[in-house]
Structure formats: structure tokens, C-alpha cells
Design a protein. Structure first.
Length: 307
């Protein structure tokens, strides 16, 4: 077993009978909720600077070596040994199994992320809030219902509008909102050119169905896109929707955007449907293919960001 010839034979055995801990069969299927949960694990790992594959292994039990050994390797090996005059095959297979497992483990390059295909999609929410604490940045209405003229003029509203492409003064002019600001606001230029028309923005606010909400960019993207994304670089969502949503009570309304949207790390906070009390699909029972999009590290297209 320790001769050069034997070691070479063991290497050939491991090559001929490889083992992969993470393989996907045609019958594998993940639910929408499961995909949101896996996506949340990936995002948490990326935020912490950790390996998403290592984090995903907590969700999946990799295929055991026992299956590959008992179903494929041992039967052929016993036949081989018998053909070469070895009567006590159990003694040989016990010794060879350890050597095979060690080599097969070293050669296994499969990762938990290999379990996902392009049709495994998660709900992606990019919160237009200055910090990740959504409850701390809710936009309030002065009335029990939401309408542009009644929104509280706050730093949280200013931040969101800045990402959508409007200043507070522009919003006041278009909505007729005359409420005093909740605190002194510092003048800020819009982060980008408007990504929705005034009519669509009014619709998003008026249909918020809650006296408090946050603004979000929304799409349903492949988990494989999320695995590849670099959170420290600009990200483009194409296509994309702008939504108002109460992350606590479960209200959601969206309008489609006309162009892909490129977001910078400081523009808000990337979440999945697993990180809010009710995901948009939980709230509305979405026709999911309508919201299918891609998430990539692409440079912004002309007209997306103001100079």
C-alpha cells in the first residue's frame, strides 16, 4: 500500500471514482421562501467579509462519502480484487477506503453554491435609507393615510427623494406639501436624474396603504447573481421597480422604472425578502416572472446619475 506503484494506483482510483459533496440533481427544487433564506445567508456573509459558501454549508448537508463508496467504488473494487486472487476482500477494501476518501476529499472542488441554478431566485430589496435600521427611518404621513401633500418633511424623506432624483423643494412644488420640516434640513442635490415621473412617484406614495413606509428598489434576481456580486462596487439592477413598503405590517406597492438602476454602496442597504417581516411576495402573492431581473457589477449607463 505504501509503494510508489500502489500510491499511483490509489491516485488513479480516486480519479476514476470522484466524490462531490455538493451536486444538484434534476429533481432538486427550492421554494421561494427557501431561496430568500439562502440569499440572506449569502448577504450576511458578504457583509461580514466571510465566505458565502462556508456560510451556506449550514443550510445543506453535503453528500456523504459512504454513498459514493458503497454504491460505486466498493462493488467494482471487490470484483477487481476477486479477479486478482484476493479472497479476504474486506481486509483490502477497509484499507483502501481510507486512502480513497482522503484523495477524493482533496480533489473535491464542489461548493455549496453549486447547488443553485439561474432559475433559483430571491426577492431583492434595496432600502433607500441612510442606515440599515429600517424602523428608524420610516417616512410618516400627518394623516392616517398616505399622500404626498401630507408626508412629514424629514431627513429620511429627503434621503430617499435624493436617491429617487428629487430635492425637497421639487417635491414641495409637485405635491403642494406645506408642512414644516421636522428638523433643519441641509440642501442637497439629487443623487441622480429622476428615475420615475412625478405621476408615478405620486402613485407609489398614495398607494402605500399605510401612514408609514420606506422606499425600496425591488426585483427578483438569481441567487447566482448575488453570489457573484461585490457589495463594495456599483451594482446595476435591470430591470428594476420602485416601491413603497411598510416592513413591519406588510404593505407593498410598486411602479416599474424605465431604465436599469445603478446603486452605490452609500445609496442605501441591500436586503432580501427574508430580512423583513413580510416579503413583497408574502404580501401580494406576486406573479414572480414579471419581476425577474439581473444584478451585476456594471458601470452606470448615461443619464442614470446626475453629473
Amino acid at each position: 500500500m505504501s509503494t510508489r506503484k500502489s500510491l499511483a494506483w490509489l491516485d488513479e482510483l480516486a480519479d476514476a471514482y470522484p466524490h462531490e459533496r455538493f451536486t444538484r440533481s434534476r429533481s432538486d427544487s427550492f421554494s421561494a421562501k427557501e431561496c430568500n433564506s439562502y440569499a440572506s445567508t449569502i448577504l450576511r456573509a458578504k457583509r461580514a467579509g466571510e465566505d458565502p459558501d462556508a456560510a451556506l454549508e449550514d443550510h445543506f448537508c453535503g453528500a456523504s462519502f459512504h454513498y459514493t463508496w458503497s454504491e460505486y467504488v466498493r462493488p467494482d473494487l471487490e470484483t477487481f480484487l476477486e479477479q486478482h486472487g484476493k479472497r479476504d476482500t474486506a481486509k483490502w477494501t477497509d484499507a483502501i477506503r481510507y486512502e480513497w476518501e482522503e484523495r477524493a476529499a482533496d480533489a473535491d472542488r464542489s461548493r455549496a453554491s453549486d447547488l443553485f441554478d439561474s432559475h433559483d431566485r430571491c426577492e431583492l430589496l434595496f432600502a433607500l435609507t441612510p442606515t440599515a435600521g429600517l424602523e428608524d427611518h420610516l417616512i410618516y404621513s400627518h394623516k392616517p393615510w398616505s399622500e404626498p401633500a401630507e408626508l412629514s418633511i424629514s431627513p429620511d424623506l429627503q434621503f430617499a427623494l435624493n436617491q429617487i432624483g428629487y430635492s425637497i423643494n421639487e417635491f414641495r412644488r409637485m405635491s403642494g406639501n406645506q408642512h414644516e420640516a421636522t428638523e433643519k434640513l441641509h440642501a442637497k442635490r439629487p443623487r441622480r436624474n429622476p428615475i420615475v415621473s412625478q405621476e408615478k412617484l405620486t402613485s407609489i406614495i398614495a398607494n402605500a396603504c399605510s401612514s408609514m413606509f420606506n422606499f425600496y428598489l425591488f426585483a427578483i434576481v438569481p441567487i447566482t447573481d448575488l453570489i457573484k456580486i461585490d457589495l463594495s462596487k456599483p451594482m446595476t439592477i435591470s430591470p428594476c421597480w420602485l416601491a413603497s413598503m411598510n416592513p413591519l405590517t406588510g404593505t407593498f406597492f410598486e411602479e416599474p422604472l424605465d431604465v436599469p438602476i445603478t446603486i452605490e454602496p452609500g445609496d442605501g442597504h441591500l436586503l432580501t425578502g427574508d430580512e423583513v417581516a413580510y416579503s413583497p411576495d408574502d404580501i401580494c402573492g406576486l406573479y414572480r416572472p414579471h419581476f425577474h431581473a439581473r444584478l451585476e457589477n456594471l458601470e452606470p449607463q448615461a443619464g442614470q446619475i446626475s453629473k
